[in-house]
Design a protein around this ligand. Structure first.
Ligand SMILES: *Cc1c(COP(=O)(O)O)cnc(C)c1O
Length: 281
């Protein structure tokens, strides 16, 4: 709903919006960007690096003004970190260049910062640095931070006045919101420790690589391990008490605040006998 409200704020019916291929706003929001916000999505391939377009693609895709029947492109959506690329980080210089390309083409910019805290921790920068130049940003308290819900939309005061109306129209009005607010504050308490999740994810990847499983070195708290048969691998893992989710032909592990490093070691011990299923030997 956070991303959708941003699209509703930025788009007029029939406007095109750009987003990195496999962005949450393209593939994981049930088409609401088109259905409710009236936008026409355009996925940009990852020419800038995993999970991100290059600034020149934004310039090219935005096009130039033409006759009255020319398609209008009015919004660039970014995602940092990029979930389905495996929690990949857009560095500050690239973020700035993407925003500059969007502004030069008169596009608004919305940042899906569900995991902005992870990007900031990985780059050792304050999160606000990574929102420079954007019109709206959505952040999640409910992922690795552990709140049961809580996607927040941030932007200018005027934009947020309108955003509250849109939230209400979408059925997201809340009266006694204190319980959720309290859970959100507990979630934020974890921020100083968030890099621990990156260390746990790296340890998990190193352990799997030690077993000969071709896991990439993760940038943050998401590990996408390609496996020969995700269904078989997940069933075997479940039997061993290790849970993960399928993402295409890979399986996704996300260490979070409720797991300790000892849990990661325990998981690796349980995974070791299943190694043949995860590397297809
Ligand atoms: C989880 C997530 C969201 C928002 O999810 P809700 O839980 O539906 O609020 C948005 N973007 C990304 C990349 C996410 O992972």
């Amino acid at each position: 709903m956070g991303n959708l409200i941003a699209l509703l704020l930025h788009l007029k019916r029939g406007d095109r919006f750009l987003a990195p291929a496999q962005a949450h706003v393209l593939g994981s929001e049930l088409g609401t960007g088109a259905w409710l916000a009236g936008g026409m999505p355009e996925a940009l391939p990852w020419e800038g690096g995993p999970g991100r377009p290059a600034p020149a693609q934004v310039t090219r895709a935005a096009g130039s003004p033409g006759p009255y029947y020319t398609l209008r492109t009015t919004l660039l959506c970014l995602e940092n970190t990029h979930n389905f690329a495996g929690g990949t980080v857009t560095p500050l210089a690239e973020h700035r260049a993407l925003v500059a390309a969007a502004k030069a083409a008169r596009l608004a910019v919305h940042l899906d910062g569900a995991r902005i805290w992870h990007a900031a921790a990985a780059l050792d920068l304050p999160p606000a640095t990574l929102t420079e130049g954007v019109d709206t940003v959505q952040v999640c308290l409910s992922k690795g931070l552990g709140a049961p819900m809580g996607s927040l939309l941030c932007g200018s005061k005027a934009a947020m006045v309108e955003a509250r109306r849109l939230r209400k129209m979408l059925g997201g009005g809340v009266r006694q919101g204190g319980m959720m607010g309290a859970a959100g504050l507990v979630a934020l308490d974890y921020l100083p420790r968030i890099a621990e999740d990156h260390a746990k994810t790296r340890r998990l990847a190193e352990g799997l690589r030690g077993f000969g499983i071709p896991a990439p070195i993760p940038e943050t708290n998401i590990l996408l391990a390609p496996v020969p048969n995700a269904t078989a691998a997940l069933a075997a893992l479940e039997g061993a008490g290790v849970r993960a989710l399928p993402v295409g032909s890979a399986i996704r592990f996300i260490p979070h605040r409720d797991l300790t490093m000892a849990d990661i070691e325990e998981a690796l011990q349980r995974i070791q006998p299943l190694t043949h299923l995860l590397r297809g030997a």
